[in-house]
Design a binder for this molecule. Sequence first.
Ligand SMILES: Cc1cc2nc3c(=O)[nH]c(=O)nc-3n(C[C@H](O)[C@H](O)[C@H](O)COP(=O)(O)OP(=O)(O)OC[C@H]3O[C@@H](n4cnc5c(N)ncnc54)[C@H](O)[C@@H]3O)c2cc1C
Ligand SMILES: *[C@@H]1O[C@H](CO)[C@@H](O)[C@H](O)[C@H]1NC(C)=O
Length: 631
Amino acid sequence: MLGLSGPGLITFLAGLWLIPIPVTFFGYTMYDLYDPEGRPFITTELELLAQYDVIVVGAGSAGAVITNRLSEVKEWNVLLLEAGVDEPEMISNAPALAAYLQLSPVDWQYKTEPMPTACLGLEGGRSNWPRGKVLGGSSVLNYMLYVRGNRRDYDQWEEMGNPGWGYDNVLHYFKKSEDNRNPYLAYSPYHSSGGYLTVQESPWRTPLATAFVEAGEQLGYINQDINGESQTGFMVAQGTIRRGSRCSTARAFLRPIRLRPNLHVAIQAHVTKVNVDPVSKRAWGVTAFIGGRSRVILASKEIILSAGAISSPQLLMLSGIGPKDHLTEMGIPVIQDAPVGENLQDHIGYGGLAFTVDQPVTLVSPRYENLEAALDYSLYGDGPITVLGGVETLAFVHSKYSNVSLDWPDVQFHLIPASVASDGGVTLRHALGVSDYMWNSVYKELSYRDTYTALPVLLRPKSKGLIRLRSAHPFVHPYIYPNYLAHPDDVAVLVEGIKIALAHSVTPAMQQFGVHLHAKPYPQCVQFGPFTDNYWACCARHYTSTIYHPVGTCKMGPVSDPESVVDSRLRVIGIHNLRVADASIMPKLVSGNTNVPVIMIGEKASDMIKQDWGIPINPIEPPPPPKTTHV
Ligand SMILES: Cc1cc2nc3c(=O)[nH]c(=O)nc-3n(C[C@H](O)[C@H](O)[C@H](O)COP(=O)(O)OP(=O)(O)OC[C@H]3O[C@@H](n4cnc5c(N)ncnc54)[C@H](O)[C@@H]3O)c2cc1C
Ligand SMILES: *[C@@H]1O[C@H](CO)[C@@H](O)[C@H](O)[C@H]1NC(C)=O
């Protein structure tokens, strides 16, 4: 045996059992250090430098991407400033429990102002606007649906005077981020694998998921990849998840680069102002509230605002860049008159279209709130807890106002094997802000029953809203005026969407489950006669559900367009060394969910910034994929 005997053998054997101790110890620490999914190193207040080459404000869907790509440039020192904390583990990663993070400390907890045209059945007439205040931003709170929008959206951006933003160009950036783990899509020319952002279907589904698709086929729609060649159709959703858990942009883009020596990441660092020289109009630094005090940090090259569609316009206005009269009224010295905070657009739908289901096939509590589901999720990344924010199937359909031959659908469905009453009104009702009156008179009786919801969403709203400062104090939330359903065409399209959802519910594929519309009329709308178009319009004005996609408040466009805040290279018009790159730059809301489009904006912005500073960009090379042991 190994040529050992006597004392040698004893020494060897004695040593052998000791080996696991150091191996475990060093192995663990090494693994922890190099683990591509290990948490980012947080830069303390004392370690912060006085000056960086680039400062990125906000670690959300766009900011995390930009931080990653710009810190690829070894000669640049990059600082990322995030107002929130590091990602909480567990709950935020469990896809089906996404809504539980709303109204928690990692949510900014915005609320809209009341309006006469919508949200009438919500608490105080206000819509809750959750936004992530955490590394990863709203990608830590979102429902993870992977949707890119329609190719015509981007071609339209280009036609509006934004060269380089057409579909053929942005497709490259969608693919650059992507690591698609469903083989049937990974090999499609519209997708790719090997990027930082993991994309896959939920590994588990209810029997309704495929029935929703089949019912769509019975309505004449096809089952196809809604992110591929054409958009119209039905599909079991893909999500930004990895092994059944949330893949936020912090997980995807920040954790793998934790060892870069030229990167600093500061959390609980609330930026209160961008400092701009009023004469040269050059942005030279930011003021941030860190560790209980205000401090100024300089940027020698650029400052990039990625604080999202509410905070980026707020920060610009606090810094003297915004509508002249409004800033003057708030007592803020005007550096640049600009239409900041205007052009606000969001996706809303009718959230109250609930159907009862005669078979036990839905995500109703307490059926799946048990140890088995918990173990399935925590051990195998599988089971009902992996359903993407409760949404299983997506569809893009045409109302009668839409030209079918253009393949530019005007209504999207989120098909959800549950309703606001599935948890007896414990959590979702409050996250959605459903008023007690509405709950008691219509939905309470569905508590703990098998139900599903078809949520028709208006894809290209004509109504536009506004964000305005409430105070010149940076910690006070701004006013949000979404102006939902103010334009009559928006109501008309949404009503058609509701009617398509009703038609979908009576197909044989849905009827095999014994599906019935929950036909309890809204007391506030019964005067219109159920179920007329006017009745449905009234319902939509009461149970108006945001899909959480506010965009457009720092509109990208040519300098000649009086609505533009940034140019097509995302530079703030009239100001040097300052860009905005996040959801706020969208000139027009895309026809789909916004997370992946914002990640694309981050990728494209990074290349433009590198180009503008003479750094060669490599259009082909994808980043190395994070090494993971199992898929
Ligand atoms: C509940 C919910 C569900 C959603 N579901 C989906 C979905 O299923 N699919 C989809 O595609 N999209 C979804 N979205 C939308 C999508 O997540 C957002 O469009 C996207 O995350 C916006 O990215 P952003 O970079 O513009 O902003 P954010 O991701 O919000 O990032 C902004 C970051 O800036 C930080 N910040 C703000 N102000 C300051 C400051 N003054 N100083 C320092 N830091 C600051 C914030 O804390 C935050 O981290 C959802 C959103 C929500 C809220
Ligand atoms: C629909 O779009 C097609 C293709 O562009 C066009 O030829 C047709 O005129 C449009 N129809 C209507 C009613 O606008």
